[in-house]
Design a binder for this molecule. Structure first.
Ligand code: HEM
Ligand code: FES
Length: 782
């Protein structure tokens, strides 16, 4: 289906006002029927949020919901843009009650001195970032390792309790309690206070994200008030023993050094909010994951057979069916998102679960694919400066739970049931999850040692190597001088993920270290095969030479993807396709799609000679007069300058080919509107470096005694990793502060938005993902 163009009408309103409704946005624009009906407290949203807003994602990606009083944002790029700018889009309303309570409940809360305030997640700059960074250490992979034995022990002993029963409600009997216990331990809560805090924490969720009925509000308020007071008492107790392990005690110690950064109000609020942040999110995420896996028995079986897939399966579950469905921001100054005007004061509901199903970012987005290589791009943990600090603790817990289930209960299945959810906009997981199995078939009855097997967990994001997809070479065809076409199918004959024109796959050429990207050139509608064409490049880095020398019919290859950074805008009035040499691969798939859509297009294909140009006959048969072949040895050079002399309104140019050609194109398109020229680039990082404006620099690593050179086209982070120096990172755009490294000497060219001016001047730390050396050498404490 064609996406409508996002150009707004003169009023700035993107809504096609076919069905005029009486309801209006705060800017005076009438809202569409579906926007008027949107209600996140309805069962439809609870059962499947991304499905519930599919219409919006496809037709009206940003709309005003009069029932909620919020603007609702549903597409990946728009949501990421909101997360990226935490000044224009303040997180201050993240924990605000979505349904205001009545006077009576408010009076009850006040009677308890309830003053839940800013923590981290809802704190604005400049207070937030220094606090976040001060409190980050307990979340490093080394620190998190200490919690692994506890999680394992809990998982094992809870499964022991019901493994012989043949059925269990995994939520009630395990998934609710373990993440709560882990959260309390992580925070450093004394054992004797755990039960009381457990009781209170649920009320807080209803109070913040739900819509309690008026008669429930007062009871909820009492519970929340008690929770608040109790949290204060626990905190006081912790202050008596500030050297005890725990994130709160860590905060108490930091407060002694930096009282203005880690405030009293922060500590008291976090004592309460931290439990919810770490507990329900993780419990729900695991319940959602197990449910999703058991709804796909073949995938479940694959996971049981190869536990190495668990880390990426966790990521794909968080993407497909995460536990945070939506998050909130407040607009602080008049702005635009995706072409829609949002006045200061607008409240935003950013439906991250919808972003996670956006075809614009995830190929075949609704497919549940545990080998998806960009699954961890999901926004379930948020993004940028506020991205979830506890994500690696959550990942570790989820991995251990899935590992325990796949090893000890591979024969479990979902019992027939209807799933219910606590109505709220954000936190989402089934209240019960009934599963059943035949206890006589428990694998550990035959092999008692199985109970105690330990599979190592991976702390952090899954490694790309573990998630390759096996394929079999079905056909190898020579299609031109030095070019072979490979047809790849799945080993079990099952369909492969769908893809869109412009997508590519990564092929491991002999070893995982040598991985090369090839655009798909076959027919996207053919579900059982993927086709690529590979040009033998003797001067390349060895990937194509390996393919040409080794690959034959019947071989198994490992691929990743498909993934698309080169998308055709299907709403275009006109497309001009330009391919040079092997660049025809993505372009041919696009041209085929343009024809199928009935779009106006032309295809210019140039090469050294016809003998070196793949697919010429095929293309001629399909595109007739729209195809223009320029073979240099026949004197038909492609005169780009003449071709593109006059910009065509509403047209876009899609080009793939040698660098020389792309640079020439850049030049020829100077008069075209910005963005009219689209070229294939295989890297998706937004923090793109312009190597012509950068210089190389050296870094000396004091602790490891290494000296490495950072070339102009690489970030420090990439260069460090290439030298096997492990540095954490999240956003890789200078937003989140996780890639901080300590500087001992040398002048830093700071490019992040994390450090304050005085920190920059002090010149003792830098963000490795974006900052560089002003000149000469940097000495780092690494
Ligand atoms: C922030 C989700 C587990 C601690 C957040 C945010 C989301 C989120 C959506 C806001 C992100 C943003 O505004 O960009 C989740 C999910 C979890 C999970 C889905 C489980 C699957 C945890 C755990 C902890 C934790 C286990 C552990 C203590 C935090 C903290 C923040 C946060 C401290 C605030 C960070 C900041 O504002 O700088 N989380 N979370 N979360 N989360 Fe989590
Ligand atoms: Fe986020 Fe560097 S600041 S990874």
């Amino acid at each position: 289906t064609a996406m409508p163009s996002r150009t707004s009408s003169a009023s700035g309103c993107p809504v096609a006002h076919g069905a005029l409704s009486a309801e209006r946005t705060p800017t005076g624009c009438p809202v569409s029927q579906r926007a008027a009906e949107f209600d996140p407290f309805e069962d439809g949203y609870q059962q499947d949020p991304p499905e519930y807003v599919r219409w919006a994602r496809e037709q009206e990606p940003i709309f005003y919901s009069p029932k909620l009083g919020y603007w609702v944002i549903t597409r990946y790029d728009d949501i990421k843009a909101v997360f990226r700018d935490n000044l224009t889009f303040s997180p201050s309303n993240a924990l605000e009650k979505i349904t205001p309570t009545g006077d009576e409940a408010n009076a009850v809360l006040a009677s308890y001195g309830f003053a839940l305030n800013r923590t981290l997640v809802n704190e604005d700059e400049p207070a937030h970032m220094p606090r976040r960074r001060a409190l980050m250490d307990p979340f490093t992979p080394e620190a998190l390792k200490h919690h692994e034995p506890l999680v394992r022990e809990l998982a094992r002993s809870y499964v022991d309790r019901f493994i012989d029963d043949g059925k269990a409600d995994l939520v009630d009997q395990m998934l609710w309690e373990i993440p709560l216990t882990v959260a309390l331990h992580f925070l450093g809560v004394p054992e004797e206070d755990m039960d009381t805090l457990r009781k209170y924490s649920i009320a807080h969720t209803v109070n913040t994200w739900g819509r309690p009925k008026p008669e429930e509000q007062v009871a909820v308020a009492h519970a929340v008030g008690n929770f608040w007071q109790y949290a204060g008492k626990v905190l006081e107790k912790m202050r008596q023993d500030p050297d005890a392990p725990g994130w709160m005690q860590y905060g108490i110690r930091k407060q002694m050094q930096h009282p203005e950064v880690v405030t009293d109000s922060y500590l008291h609020s976090m004592m309460m909010a931290g439990i919810v942040a770490a507990h329900e999110t993780t419990a729900n995420a695991t319940a959602n994951a197990v449910k999703l896996l058991l709804q796909h028995p073949q995938v479940w079986q694959e996971l049981c057979e190869d536990p190495g897939l668990i880390p990426n399966a966790v990521e794909e579950c968080l993407r497909h069916n995460g536990s945070v469905a939506a998050w909130r921001r407040l607009v602080t100054k008049d702005t635009q998102v995706g072409g829609v005007d949002l006045p200061a004061g607008s409240r935003l509901l950013i439906v991250t679960s919808s972003a996670n199903h956006d075809e614009g970012h995830f190929s075949d987005a609704d497919l549940f694919d545990i080998r998806r290589d960009n699954a961890s791009d999901h926004l379930t943990f948020g993004y940028g400066s506020h991205q979830c600090m506890g994500k690696n603790l959550a990942r570790m817990e989820m991995q251990i739970f899935l590992e325990e289930f796949t090893r000890r209960l591979p024969h479990m299945r979902l019992s027939p049931q209807r799933f219910s959810y606590v109505p709220n906009t954000s936190f989402r997981g089934p209240e019960h999850l009934w599963v059943e199995w035949d206890p006589r078939a428990n694998p550990e009855r035959a092999d008692a040692g199985l109970r105690d097997v330990q599979v190592p967990v991976r702390i952090g994001e899954p490694s790309a190597h573990a998630i390759a997809r096996p394929v079999v070479v079905e056909r190898v065809t020579r299609v031109a001088d030095g070019i072979v076409r490979l047809r790849l199918v799945s080993p079990d004959g099952k369909p492969l993920p769908r893809w869109t024109p412009g997508a590519h796959i990564d092929v491991e050429c002999g070893t995982p270290e040598l991985s090369r990207q090839y655009s798909l050139c076959g027919d996207p509608d053919e579900a059982h095969a993927l086709e690529i064409a590979v040009l033998h490049e003797p001067d390349g880095r060895g990937g194509s030479a390996w393919v040409h020398a080794n690959v034959k019919v019947g071989d198994r290859l490992r691929i990743r993807g498909p993934r698309n950074h080169f998308r055709l805008d299907e709403s275009l009035a006109k497309a001009i396709f330009i391919a040079g040499g092997i660049g025809i691969t993505p372009v041919s798939a696009m041209a085929r799609r343009a024809k199928a859509l009935g779009m106006d297009y032309e295809l210019h294909y140039s090469g050294r000679s016809r003998a070196t140009m793949a697919f010429v006959d095929e293309l001629a048969a399909l595109h007739g007069e729209r195809l223009h072949v320029h073979a240099a040895d026949e004197g038909q050079r492609n005169d780009l300058r003449t071709l593109l002399a006059t910009p065509v309104p509403g047209a876009q140019i899609y080009a793939c080919g040698p660098l020389r050609m792309l640079e020439a194109l850049e030049d020829c398109c100077a008069a075209w509107p910005e963005g009219a020229l689209r070229v294939e680039h295989f890297e998706s990082t937004l923090a793109t470096l312009d190597p012509s404006k950068e210089h190389a620099f050296e870094v000396e690593l004091k602790d490891s005694g290494l000296v490495i050179t950072v070339p102009p086209d690489q970030t420090l982070l990439t260069a460090l990793r290439a030298a096997n120096v492990d540095v954490q990172s999240d956003c890789e755009e200078g937003l989140c502060g996780s890639c901080e490294v300590r500087v001992i000497a040398g002048k830093v060219d700071h490019r992040d938005v994390v450090l304050t001016r005085s920190e920059r001047d002090a010149n003792t730390k830098m963000m490795a993902c974006c900052s560089r050396a002003c000149e000469g050498r940097l000495v780092l404490e690494l």
